[in-house]
Design a protein around this ligand. Structure first.
Ligand code: SF4
Length: 408
């Protein structure tokens, strides 16, 4: 990674800076505007690009609207806010704002990541190298806007990796091709998160914090737990959204804890946020509930029956009604189809009808009761694959449909 503080961009070549609204990218924009010698290009060349996810903490919105946007507006830098237009890729993206005098972070977006998580009954899937969630909610609108507005012209793409994130920057460089020239000013300046944070404090007179979705799993790092508790205490709606997303996911999969090995509801309890937990349970009590039929097929990895490969999942709400009625229905269905109802560590009632085997492919089949938030979802071939792996088993939904047709 070359070390240099100054980076001369050819005259007229566009520079696009992704503004993630956290400490790193905010520090870059602030320094560029306050210290012109740190840039190496004219401000007319610069576009600040923001992907709005609609579920940012109020503190992030405040930092943008009270500090960064006024500074950007004074320097009249083009600032574009984009968002994903819908659940499907075909729907593309929308431009929420395109101005040289930004004043408001637009949080009314057509689709949110939280909405997507509820719809598919899961929590954000993240690892140190993979962020499927940010690819879904941020990269599509960002990349689509770049394709439409920069096209194949050479441009500099500024990303706010800090000096601690050299590996991520190197991965970006390694995978880069074509007309895009990535630039990582904080790495070039050798600015770590602390330096960037101190700079922002000195420049704006306030602390900037990490920007994230309310329910981002990365908030639960060892160093971040106190901040997370403080964030959720200050913005209970953020915590309630996270708890709802996790509960919905746990209905489909008891291992789908928001923080990997740790569940958000346990974190809230252990952090003493009892009022939030009570409100969460109160909200659950006022929702409609469903009995879900959840089936999975686990494939063999590379054909090896001893190694678990990818999974297919089918989710089907069988009936919807009050929680009491659905819990009673679960007992009836379990008795009829040979399962036993158990309440798991998350307080979710489920009945296992088929356990997954230890060689692959294999299948599992369960019923569970949860808030009526997730629609039916399965790939077209699921039933055929499930029948093949189980030697002809069918879903309860299909059997009930068949029974109704026969009775009619
Ligand atoms: S902030 Fe966290 S949850 Fe949101 S998109 Fe990024 S990695 Fe995913």
């Amino acid at each position: 990674m070359p070390e240099q503080t100054y980076f001369q961009v050819p005259e007229g070549q566009p520079v696009v800076a992704n503004l993630g609204m956290g400490v790193d990218s905010s520090a870059i924009v602030t320094r560029w505007l306050l210290e012109p010698q740190s840039r190496g290009f004219d401000l007319d060349q610069l576009t600040i690009l923001i992907a709005s996810v609609g579920e940012e903490y109020q503190r992030t919105k405040d930092a943008m609207e009270q500090c960064l946007f006024p500074l950007i507006a004074r320097h009249r830098v083009r600032t574009v806010q984009v968002a994903r237009a819908g659940q499907s890729v075909k729907e593309g993206y929308v431009v929420l704002d395109d101005t040289r005098t930004p004043t408001r972070l637009v949080t009314e977006v057509p689709v949110t990541l939280g909405g997507r998580m509820l719809d598919v009954g899961t929590v954000p899937q993240v690892s140190s190298t993979l962020r499927a969630c940010s690819d879904w909610i941020k990269h599509l609108p960002l990349d689509s806007w770049l394709a439409d507005h920069v096209g194949h012209a050479p441009f500099v793409h500024c990303i706010g990796y800090s000096a601690e994130e050299v590996r991520r920057a190197q991965r970006d460089l390694d995978g880069n091709k074509g007309h895009r020239r990535p630039d990582f000013p904080l790495v070039r300046w050798n600015w770590d998160r602390r330096t960037a944070s101190d700079y922002l404090l000195a420049a704006h007179g306030r602390e900037f914090s990490r920007s994230s979705c309310y329910f981002c799993p990365f908030q639960h790092s060892l160093a971040g737990r106190e901040t997370l508790a403080a964030s959720w205490r200050a913005e209970p709606e953020a915590a309630l959204r996270a708890l709802l997303i996790e509960h919905n996911a746990l209905v489909m999969n008891p291992n789908a804890k928001l923080f990997g090995r740790h569940a958000a509801h346990e974190f809230v309890r252990d952090a003493g946020l009892h009022e939030i937990l009570n409100r969460h349970h109160d909200r659950l009590a006022h929702l409609d509930w469903s009995v879900y039929e959840v089936r999975r097929v686990y494939h063999a990895r590379k054909g090896d029956p001893n190694v678990k490969g990818h999974a297919y999942r089918s989710v089907e709400p069988l009936e919807t009604g009050s929680r009491t009625a659905m819990t009673a229905l679960l007992s009836d269905l379990a008795a009829e189809y040979g399962g036993t109802v158990e309440v798991d560590e998350h307080g979710i009632a489920r009945a296992c009808l088929r356990k997954a085997g230890t060689s692959y492919p294999t299948a599992e089949h369960a019923l569970a009761v949860g808030p009526a938030l997730a629609p039916a979802k399965e790939r077209e071939t699921f039933n055929a694959v499930f029948a093949e792996v189980t030697q002809g088993a069918t879903s309860i939904a299909a059997r009930r449909k068949q029974a109704l047709a026969t009775a009619a």
